[in-house]
Design a protein around this ligand. Structure first.
Ligand code: SF4
Length: 227
């Protein structure tokens, strides 16, 4: 499979936020979100066999903790990434899969925790979510919405209500988008949507979702890769 990087860091934006985590970042994405902070994954990378990836993960996490399969869009390499996820599960790892939900989720092994990033209007990639994937979600999974204004918020709020997501998944995450050229400052001034404003909207609407800030952007320089 084509890999951009494998590294250990702090999981930044899910119910596992704050946990040590090995990230396997696959190369390539078929979307072009306006606020994407992973454009360096679109091309390049290097080929690695499944066992090479497994060994790299094992070196970073010999005690077999948390591993996140991310990208890019990892499911573009479904043929190789599905056996990798199964191998990691069989070895005792807790496996997270970060995906846009544009690719079918049917072949994702049972036991993998899916974190599905449904695209909102200002991403420029709204309506790419594969609606049939709603049937593939379980009470272990998480659905994330990255928001940059009120239009995105209303889209997410209405999506949660329409599809009764509060009953279908473990957690719904509402996360303010971060400016993709942000660097230096580690505060909310680079959030495209003020978290306080978002919190007030959520309180007013009693939305069944969790406000989520990208923890790694506040720990390290937002422009840093491999964290
Ligand atoms: S799906 Fe993810 S990697 Fe692809 S463009 Fe959007 S944010 Fe970037």
């Amino acid at each position: 499979m084509q890999i951009t990087e494998i590294f250990k860091s702090i999981q930044g934006e899910s119910t596992h936020a704050g946990m040590l985590c090995v990230f396997v970042r696959l190369t390539g994405c078929n979307l072009r979100c306006s606020w994407c902070d992973s454009e360096y994954t679109f091309t390049g990378g290097h080929r690695m066999a499944l066992e090479e990836v497994f060994e790299a993960v094992e070196q970073l996490s010999p005690s077999r903790g948390l591993v996140e399969i991310t990208g890019g869009e990892p499911l573009l390499q479904e043929r190789e990434v599905v056996p990798l996820m199964q191998r990691l599960l069989d070895a005792g790892y807790t496996v997270l899969l970060e995906t846009s939900g544009e690719r079918p989720l049917e072949r994702v092994p049972r036991g993998v925790i899916k974190v599905v990033d449904v695209k909102c209007p200002n991403s420029g990639e709204a309506d790419t979510f594969h609606t049939e994937n709603l049937e593939m979600l379980t009470l272990d999974d998480e659905v994330k919405f990255v928001l940059s204004d009120r239009t995105d918020y209303e889209f997410a709020r209405d999506f949660v209500i329409r599809h009764d997501l509060g009953q279908k998944v473990n957690t719904v995450l509402f996360s303010p988008a971060f400016a993709k050229d942000a660097s230096g400052s580690r505060d909310t001034s680079h959030c495209l949507l003020d978290p306080r404003e978002l919190a007030e909207w959520m309180l007013a609407d009693n939305v069944r979702a969790r406000l989520s800030l990208q923890m790694h952007k506040f720990i390290w320089d937002p422009a840093m890769k491999g964290v």
